[in-house]
Design a protein around this ligand. Structure first.
Ligand code: SF4
Length: 698
C-alpha cells in the first residue's frame, strides 16, 4: 500500500531560479513525494528535477558527523571519489573539537598574515539569511571583502552591465510577462533544460500568438516553436546584436522620445553601430543580412518586446559587452518599463539573486552598496560595530590565483564545489590543496570537501527554514520539512558558531531575527516582514514600506541611477581568449542538462534523475563523429591545453559542427579541467562557453 504522509510542508524547489513553490509530503522524517503549489512563478507546475529530485536528502552518503583530516592523509587532487574509504582520509570528531579547530586555525592565519589571507565562498544554494551572515562573518571576522559565490560563474557580467547601464542588476520584468509580449527574444539560454517551468510559459505565449526568436549557437528544443531561429556562430554575439541595432537606427525604428527623456549616451552608441551593417556582419556571425533585418524590425516595432538571456551570453570574456548590447537594444526602442517588455537574465541557482542581494560578493555590501563608497561603509560599520575594509575583495577565480601566489592561506567554503565548478579545475584543486587550512561545510563529501582539513555536516534544503529570492525578484519562504540526519546541523547555527570562535561577539540568532537585520540594511526589502512572508509565502521586491504590494515591473518612470536615466554603452567585437588552431581545432561549450544540477552533488544522488542520466556524455554533431570514426555511445577523449577527460559520445544535430557540448556535473569526467580561466574584465566571469579542444576516439 502507498504510504500516507503524516505532514505536508510548503516550501520552494531547491534547484533553478524559476523558484517553483512545492509541497513536501512527509512521513516519519522522510519525504515521500513532492507536489507543485500555486506559487506566482509556477502555478502548480514542476519540472522533473522539482518533482523527483528530493531523495538526495535521504542518501546514505549524507555527512552526519564532523570530520577532521588525518595528519598523514595526502590531499590528492586527482582523486577518484570513494565514499567507502572516507575514514582512511578523515576521522570523526565532536562538534566542539571540529569548531574549536576551525576557530583556532582561521584566527591564527588572520592574526599572522592579515585579514586578506583568508577568503570565503558562500552559496547560492543557501538561504538569504545564510548568505547575509556568511558575508558579514568574512567582512567583520576575517577583516576583508574576500567573499564570493557562484554568481561569479554565471551572471556576474550581466550584473556588471546592468548596474552600469540601468542601475540595477536584477530583472526588469518577471518571466510570466512573456505572456504579455508580442515578441520574445531568448538568446544564449536553453530554458527547456535549465528553467523548464519558465519554458512552459514561453510555450504558452507562443501558442497565444507571441513571436519567439531563439538565438543561440546550439539549436535548442525551444527552437521548434520559434518564429525565427538564429543559430549564430559561437563567440559572435556582439556582431549579431550590433547589426540588429544598425538596422534599427538606419530604418528609423528607434524610440526618439524614450531616448531623449530617459537615456544618456545615445549618440556615441549610434556612431558605433554605424560600422556594423548586417551585410558586413553576416559572414562574421553566420546569419544572413535579411534575417537580421527582419528580426530587428520585429523586435523594434512590436507593442511589447522582451529579451531573456542565459549563460550563453554571460560566460565569455566579452560577456559584459554582450549584455551592454542587449540593454542598448531595449533602450533605443523603448522596450522596457512596461508589462511585456524588458530585460530578464534568467538566474541559474534558486537563490543566486538573493545571495547576491545579501552581499555575498566582494565589491558590494548588501543591496549593492559598494564597499569603496565611504557613506555605505559607514552605514555598515555602524550596524555591525566594527571597522570595515574599504577595498573590494577577490573574486572566485582571483582567490584561486591568490592561493598559488601565497596571498590567500585559509578558506571557508559553504555549500559550493569549486573543485568541479571552477575553470581549469585542476588548478583550482591544486590551489585548495595548497592552503594552510580549508574548512568545508556541506551535505556530502564533495570533490572540494575531499581536499578539506575539516568538514562540517550541514543541512539539506528541506531541513531548514529561510528565504530564497527567485529570478523574478520574488522573496519566498522555504520551510523546514524534515530533521537533518545524525549530527548534521543547520548552516545558520554553524556560521554563528564559527563567528564566535574567531572573536565576534555574536549571539545565536534565529532565522527571523537575521531576516530583520537584513531588512534594516537593505532598503529594497525594507517593507517585507517575516510575518507577511509566513502569511503570503512570497513578496516581490522592491518593497520599501510595509504594506507595499511590491513591484513586479520596474523602471516604469525612471531608472535607479544618480540621474534617473539609463546609459548606452557601446561595444565592439572582442574575440574569445582561446581560438581553435591546428593543434586544438574544436570548440568546447559547457553547461547543464535537464536532469542534473550544476556539479551533480544532489541530483546524481537523486534516484530517478540519476537513472535517467547516469553517465557522462558529450554532445557532438554526427558529422564530427563520422569524421573521427566514432559511433554514438562510444567513448571519446576531449583534450585542451589544461587537461583531458573521457566520456560517451552522444550524437546531437543541435550542436554546431566543430563544437562539443558537455555538462559539468560528472565528477568522473570533470569537464572544467579543460575550460579556460580567462576572465571578462568587468564581471570577472570565466569563459566557460568557449575554449579550444581536440576530440580523440577512445
Ligand atoms: Fe525546480 Fe526550476 Fe524545475 Fe521549477 S523549473 S521545478 S524551480 S528546477
Amino acid at each position: 500500500a502507498l504510504a500516507v504522509p503524516d505532514k505536508m510542508v510548503d516550501s520552494v524547489c531547491p534547484y533553478c531560479g524559476v523558484g517553483c513553490q512545492l509541497t513536501y509530503n512527509v512521513k516519519d522524517n522522510k519525504i515521500l513525494y513532492v507536489e507543485g503549489r500555486d506559487g506566482p512563478a509556477n502555478h502548480k507546475r514542476l519540472c522533473v528535477k522539482g518533482r523527483y529530485g528530493f531523495d538526495y536528502a535521504h542518501h546514505p552518503q549524507r555527512l552526519t558527523r564532523p570530520l577532521i583530516r588525518r595528519a598523514d592523509a595526502p590531499k590528492r587532487v586527482d582523486m577518484a571519489m570513494d565514499p567507502e574509504r572516507v575514514m582512511e582520509v578523515f576521522r570523526e570528531a565532536t562538534w566542539e573539537e571540529a569548531l574549536d579547530l576551525v576557530g583556532r586555525q582561521l584566527t591564527r592565519i588572520r592574526d599572522t598574515h592579515g585579514g586578506k589571507s583568508l577568503a570565503g565562498f558562500g552559496s547560492a544554494k543557501g538561504s538569504n539569511e545564510e548568505a547575509y551572515l556568511f558575508q558579514k562573518l568574512v567582512r567583520t571576522g576575517f577583516g576583508s571583502n574576500n567573499v564570493d559565490h557562484c554568481t561569479r560563474l554565471c551572471h556576474a557580467s550581466s550584473v556588471a552591465a546592468l548596474l552600469e547601464g540601468i542601475g540595477s542588476g536584477a530583472v526588469s520584468n518577471p518571466v510570466m510577462d512573456v505572456t504579455k509580449a508580442e515578441v520574445v527574444i531568448v538568446i544564449g539560454a536553453n530554458p527547456t533544460v535549465n528553467h523548464p517551468v519558465a519554458a512552459t510559459w514561453i510555450k504558452n505565449a507562443v501558442k497565444n500568438g507571441t513571436k519567439l526568436i531563439v538565438a543561440d549557437p546550439r539549436r535548442s528544443d525551444l527552437a521548434r516553436l520559434s518564429h525565427r531561429t538564429l543559430q549564430f556562430k559561437p563567440d559572435t554575439d556582439v556582431a549579431l546584436l550590433n547589426a540588429m541595432m544598425h538596422v534599427i537606427v538606419h530604418e528609423g525604428l528607434v524610440d526618439e522620445g524614450f531616448i531623449a527623456s530617459r537615456t544618456i549616451g545615445y549618440e556615441e552608441l549610434r556612431q558605433n553601430v554605424d560600422g556594423y551593417s548586417p551585410e558586413s556582419m553576416a559572414p562574421v556571425c553566420g546569419i544572413d543580412a535579411e534575417t537580421i533585418r527582419e528580426v530587428a524590425r520585429l523586435y523594434a516595432s512590436s507593442k511589447g518586446s522582451m529579451i531573456l538571456w542565459g549563460m550563453g551570453v554571460s560566460q565569455h570574456v566579452h560577456g559584459t559587452d554582450n549584455v551592454r548590447c542587449l540593454i542598448a537594444l531595449a533602450l533605443m526602442t523603448g522596450q522596457i518599463g512596461r508589462p511585456g517588455t524588458g530585460l530578464h537574465p534568467l538566474r541559474g541557482q534558486n537563490n543566486v539573486q538573493g545571495a547576491s542581494d545579501a552581499g555575498l560578493i566582494p565589491m558590494m555590501f548588501p543591496d549593492y552598496q559598494r564597499v569603496d563608497n565611504p557613506a555605505a561603509r559607514q552605514k555598515f560599520e555602524a550596524l555591525w560595530g566594527v571597522p570595515l575594509d574599504p577595498q573590494p575583495g577577490l573574486t572566485v577565480v582571483e582567490v584561486m590565483n591568490a592561493i598559488t601566489e601565497g596571498k590567500v592561506r585559509g578558506m571557508y567554503v559553504m555549500g559550493e564545489n569549486p573543485a568541479m565548478s571552477d575553470p581549469d579545475a585542476s588548478h583550482a584543486r591544486e590551489a585548495m590543496a595548497a592552503l594552510d587550512f580549508l574548512v568545508v561545510q556541506d551535505i556530502f563529501l564533495t570533490e572540494t570537501a575531499y581536499l578539506a582539513d575539516v568538514v562540517l555536516p550541514a543541512s539539506a534544503f528541506p531541513e531548514k527554514t529561510g528565504t530564497f529570492t527567485n529570478t523574478d525578484r520574488l522573496v519566498q519562504l522555504g520551510r523546514q520539512a524534515i530533521d537533518p540526519p545524525g549530527d548534521a546541523r543547520q548552516d545558520l547555527w554553524i556560521i554563528q558558531q564559527i563567528a564566535m570562535r574567531i572573536g565576534l561577539a555574536w549571539n545565536t540568532a534565529d532565522v527571523s531575527e537575521v531576516f530583520d537585520e537584513m531588512r534594516r540594511s537593505m532598503p529594497t526589502i525594507g517593507g517585507i516582514t517575516w510575518e507577511r512572508l509566513q502569511r503570503e509565502h512570497a513578496v516581490t521586491y522592491p518593497c520599501t514600506q510595509e504594506g507595499d504590494a511590491g513591484q513586479a515591473v520596474v523602471f516604469t518612470e525612471q531608472f535607479p541611477t544618480a540621474s534617473g536615466k539609463a546609459r548606452f554603452v557601446p561595444a565592439d567585437i572582442i574575440p574569445a581568449a582561446e581560438k581553435p588552431d591546428a593543434e586544438y581545432p574544436n570548440v568546447l561549450i559547457t553547461g547543464r542538462q535537464l536532469e542534473h544540477w550544476h556539479t551533480g552533488s544532489m541530483t546524481r544522488r537523486a534516484t530517478v534523475l540519476d537513472a535517467i542520466e547516469p553517465d557522462p556524455v558529450a554532445l557532438i554533431h554526427p558529422l564530427d563523429l563520422a569524421q573521427i570514426g566514432v559511433r554514438a555511445g562510444e567513448l571519446i577523449t576531449l583534450q585542451s591545453r589544461r587537461g583531458k577527460v573521457s566520456l560517451y559520445a552522444r550524437a546531437d544535430e543541435g550542436t554546431p559542427p566543430g563544437a562539443v557540448f558537455v555538462p559539468f556535473c560528472y565528477y568522473e569526467a570533470a569537464i572544467n579541467k579543460l575550460t579556460n580561466p580567462a576572465l571578462d574584465p568587468f564581471g570577472k566571469i570565466p569563459e566557460f562557453k568557449y575554449c579550444a579542444i581536440r576530440i580523440l576516439p577512445g
